[in-house]
Every structure is written in C-alpha cells, then in structure tokens.
Design a binder for this molecule. Structure first.
Ligand code: FAD
Ligand code: NAI
Length: 464
C-alpha cells in the first residue's frame, strides 16, 4: 500500500512527491508524458526561456554589439541549432527530475491516471494495460491547458498554441499573436527578434492587464521600437485559410479588419486540466468557469484523502506557486503547519526589458480605496544599467502611508526577474521602505535601483 499517489509530474506534482518522500511517505508519481517536469519543463517555462535567451543574444549581436565596439560581420541564424540547444536544456532538466524521483525512492510511472474511488488510482500505459495503485492519499496535480477561441480553433499548423510556437522549423514571415498577455509577448519577442513581423491582437485596450499600467505602457512602447505592432481593443470574429495564409477576421471601434499571417499564435489564457481524472464519479466538481478545483487550507478537496494544487487550484498559474504548494501540501500531510502566501508570489514577464512584480498594482489599490505612497526610480540614473547599455526601466516601490510597510514593488528593466527576489523577501518579512534603504546594496548593481525607489517614497532619492 502506497501512502501517496501523485497524478501529474509537473512542478506541483514532482515537488510534492519529493517533499513527501523526504518526510518518510511511500510515494508514486504518475505522468502521461514520456518525461517528468510537466508543462513547465517540457513545453512551458524552460523551453520558452531557453529560446528567449538565445534570441536575445541574436538580437543583441544584431543591434547592440557595435555600441560596445564589437563588430561581428555578417550575422546568420542557425534556427535548427537554436532549437537543438533548447531541446538539450529540456532533456537535461527533465532527466534531472527523473533522477531526483529515483534518488528519493519514488516510483515514477508513465501512463494516464484516473481515480477509481478514494484510495484507488488506475494507470493505463501506452499499450492499454491497466494497473491499480492502492494508496492512502491521492494528490491531483494535472495542471492546465490553453484556452481555445471557438471562432479560431487550434489546427496545429496555421493556428497554433504555445507548444507549437516553441518548435517552429522556420521563422514565420508574419506571426499574428492573439492575446497580449505573458505568452504572447514572450513568444512574440522570440520570433520578432529572429526576424518575423509580429502583430499582437488584444481584446482589452491595453496589454498585460494584470501588470502595473504605467509599466505595461512602457513595455509596449519598448516593444514597438523593436517593430512589434499592436491592435488593441480588437475582437477576433473568425478566420479563413487561403493557401499558406490565415486571414484573421476581427473588429474594433474603427470597424471590421482582416489581418493575414502565415502563423496565428492563440494565447488567451489557460484553464485547469481535469479531463479523464474520473472526478465526476467521486463527487468533485470543478468550477464551471475556470475548471479549477476548490480546496481547503490542507489542499484537500471535498473528498477526504483527495488533494489538489498548482494550476488546478485558485491563484496565479505559475510554476513557483505550484512548487510552493507542493512543499506546503506534503508538510501539512505530515502534520506541519506550512502555508503559502498567494499575495507574496512574484510575477515575471521575460521580455527584454523584463517586468517583475510582487503585490498589488496602483490601479488595484485605488479600486479598493487603499491609501499608499509611491517612490519611483528611472534606471537611466543607475550606474550598472549604464555600463550594461541597458538603461531603459523603472522601479516602483509602493508603501503604506501610515506604517511605511512595503505593499508592492513593480520593476521594468534588465534582469527584473532577479531583482524582484529582494522585494519578495521584504514583503514576506513585512519590512518597510526604510528597511530597504538601511540595507547595504552592492555598487554598481541594478539592485541599487530598488533602494533609490524606496528612498523616493520619502522624497529623498540620492541619484534622481
Ligand atoms: P503542469 O506543469 O501542467 O503538470 C501537470 C502534468 O500532469 C502534465 O505533465 C500532464 O501530462 C500530467 N497529467 C495531466 N493529466 C494526467 C493524467 N490523467 N494522468 C497522468 N498525468 C497527467 N510559469 C512560471 O512560473 N514561469 C514561467 O516562465 C512560465 N512560462 C510558461 C511558458 C509557457 C509557454 C506556458 C504554457 C506556461 C508557463 N508557465 C510559467 C506556467 C507553468 O508552466 C505552470 O504554472 C506550471 O507548469 C504548473 O504546474 P503544475 O504542476 O500545476 O502542472
Ligand atoms: P494571459 O492571461 O497572460 O493573457 C491572455 C490575454 O489574452 C489577456 O490580455 C486577455 O485580455 C487576452 N484575450 C482573452 N481573450 C481574447 C480574445 N478572444 N481575443 C484577443 N485577446 C484575448 O494568458 P497567456 O498569455 O495565455 O498565459 C497563460 C498563463 O500561463 C499566464 O496567465 C501565466 O499564468 C502562465 N505563464 C507564465 C509565464 C511567466 O511567468 N513568465 C510565461 C507564460 C505563461
């Protein structure tokens, strides 16, 4: 008898499995993919960041090296080599997860899992053979899938999801991106840098609606400078295929329009994936709108002994949120009182410059009528940013006007993804903007920008 069967080997599932094994539970982890690591390692975070890094090198060599006095002659793209490197990164990391499962004596099973009844999971392998796993607890960590637009269904060739956009064998001439959210801007950046014309069609009047408005507007301007085109406030109504072109039919306040492209990437959000898990038969009903499964503070569903986390449950659909929950779930199963503060989960958009944030936006605070003070610092006055020739960016610290406690930090700039870690610590430790000011920051570093923004909260920035 197993203590725990985990369905799904993504960052939520495999981390929960490892932490549970560390705590002495006998664990099996089932995934239907041939490799572990879930969406994140196979077709999400990792391959997208590998291509973002490669394409950014290409773009830098093309447009910025000469400013550093480096002349490279004719630059050529070897897309096949770039894709192989990305595949190698994925292979190394997914292989690493398989190794970790083995090292922790977790039985890693490849197959499609479904719950027969509480305490019983059936796994079907590729040949159709079934195996029954008896267990005390079941963790659902089956992740999410892309949302489909009914008038623009995926066909895998012309109308594609992020999965296909991560392995195209040639640079599209014109990539039309439907959805100006995080996937659209990240994968749009990859293909724009490699030479594609990129048009983003967004339903709302602005891109990245969950981000700070001022910062999202700065990113939009920056992307426009690199050639991105935006059609905001535009609704897709249909499509037709003519030869190797997809003609996207849309409308906005100026009337109807058509946009022709050779690839249309649809990325309008993701939805929890619960198909085939057998939930109906055991009385678990996903939320009809989001598909997500309600859970209590122990990650338990309404059925005792059956738990869920990661993209399957409420909160941001992020790998680190899934991992944090994986650890907290296992520790709670062992009787510990761990918890995850969803309000302190950082969010990063890996464009260049990057956006990284933690805590509410000014718009969200205003909508709630919460008072705040804000300090801003432009990165063009930061020494390291100047040395890097990367001085586009803004750091914003938002603090409570009474207590000075830091409520949020929003960063637009190079390596904002690394800078945000300090802000997350301050927020988790309930620190103030004065705390950030009093802590020594190495010079010259981008992190000095955070300190300057904290000083600006009190109107005493030194370098602004
Ligand atoms: P998943 O990683 O989706 O894992 C679920 C696993 O369950 C899958 O491997 C699936 O095969 C398996 N499964 C499903 N049903 C069954 C079944 N019945 N039987 C067996 N196995 C099953 N997040 C970030 O934090 N940073 C990023 O940079 C980032 N980039 C992304 C880029 C892209 C293009 C995409 C699509 C997503 C990105 N994400 C990113 C989101 C991140 O990938 C997810 O939030 C994360 O993977 C969720 O983890 P999870 O464990 O809940 O589910
Ligand atoms: P998203 O929610 O980030 O953005 C979707 C966008 O599509 C929104 O701006 C929305 O207004 C727009 N939209 C919705 N319906 C539309 C329509 N019919 N026509 C035009 N626009 C429409 O979703 P996305 O980009 O698909 O990413 C899904 C999730 O994956 C993210 O929310 C995030 O959780 C995760 N992810 C995280 C990454 C990171 O952390 N860097 C990177 C990639 C994905």
């Amino acid at each position: 008898m197993l203590d725990l069967v985990v369905i799904g080997g993504g960052p939520g599932g495999y981390v929960a499995a490892i932490r549970a094994a560390q705590l002495g539970f006998k664990v099996a982890c089932v995934d239907k993919r041939g490799t572990f690591g879930g969406t994140c390692l196979n077709v999400g975070c990792i391959p997208s960041k590998a291509l973002l890094d490669s394409s950014e090198h290409f773009h830098q060599a093309q447009t910025r090296f000469s400013r550093h006095g480096i002349l490279v002659g004719e630059l050529k793209l070897d897309l096949a080599a770039m894709m192989s490197r990305k595949d190698r990164v994925v292979r190394d990391l997914t292989g690493g997860v398989a190794y970790l499962l083995k090292k922790n004596k977790i039985e890693a099973i490849t197959g499609i899992a479904r719950i027969n009844k509480p305490g019983e999971v059936v796994v079907q392998d590729a040949g159709g053979a079934e195996r029954v796993l008896a267990c005390r607890h079941i963790l659902l960590a089956s992740g999410s899938e892309p949302v489909q637009i009914p008038s623009l269904p995926f066909d895998g060739t012309h109308v594609i999801s992020s999965t296909e956009a991560l392995c195209l064998d040639r640079v599209p001439e014109h990539l039309v991106v439907v959805g100006g959210g995080v996937i659209g801007l990240e994968l749009g950046s990859v293909w724009r840098r490699l030479g594609a014309r990129v048009t983003v069609v967004e339903f709302l009047p602005k891109i990245l609606s969950i981000c700070d408005g001022e910062i999202a507007a700065q990113l939009q301007k920056s992307l426009e400078k690199t050639g991105f085109e935006f059609k905001l406030g535009t609704k897709v109504t249909g499509r037709r295929v003519e030869g190797n072109q997809v003609i996207l039919e849309a409308e906005n306040r100026d009337g109807k329009l058509e946009i022709a492209g050779d690839k249309v990437l649809v990325c309008v959000g993701r939805r929890a994936y619960t198909r085939g898990l057998g939930l109906e038969s055991i009385g678990i009903q996903p939320d009809p709108r989001t598909g997500q499964i309600p859970v209590d503070e122990n990650y338990q569903t309404r059925v005792p002994g059956i738990f869920a986390l990661g993209d399957l449950t409420a909160g941001p659909m992020l790998a680190h949120k899934a991992e944090d929950e994986g650890m907290a779930f296992a520790e709670r199963l062992a009787g510990q009182k761990s918890h995850v503060d969803l309000a302190a989960i950082p969010n990063v958009v890996y464009t260049w410059p990057e956006i990284a944030s933690v805590g509410p936006t000014e718009e969200q605070l205003q909508a709630k009528g919460v008072g705040y003070k804000v300090g801003k610092f432009q990165l063009r006055a930061n020494g390291r940013a100047k040395c890097m020739d990367e001085d586009e960016g803004l750091v914003k610290v938002i603090a409570d006007p009474e207590t000075d406690r830091v409520l949020a930090v929003h960063i637009f700039g190079p390596r904002a993804s690394d800078m945000i870690a300090e802000a997350v610590h301050v927020i988790e430790f309930k620190g103030s903007s004065e705390d950030i000011i009093r802590i020594s920051h190495a010079h010259p570093t981008l992190s000095e920008g955070l300190r300057e923004a904290a000083m600006a909260v009190h109107g005493r920035a030194i370098h602004a």
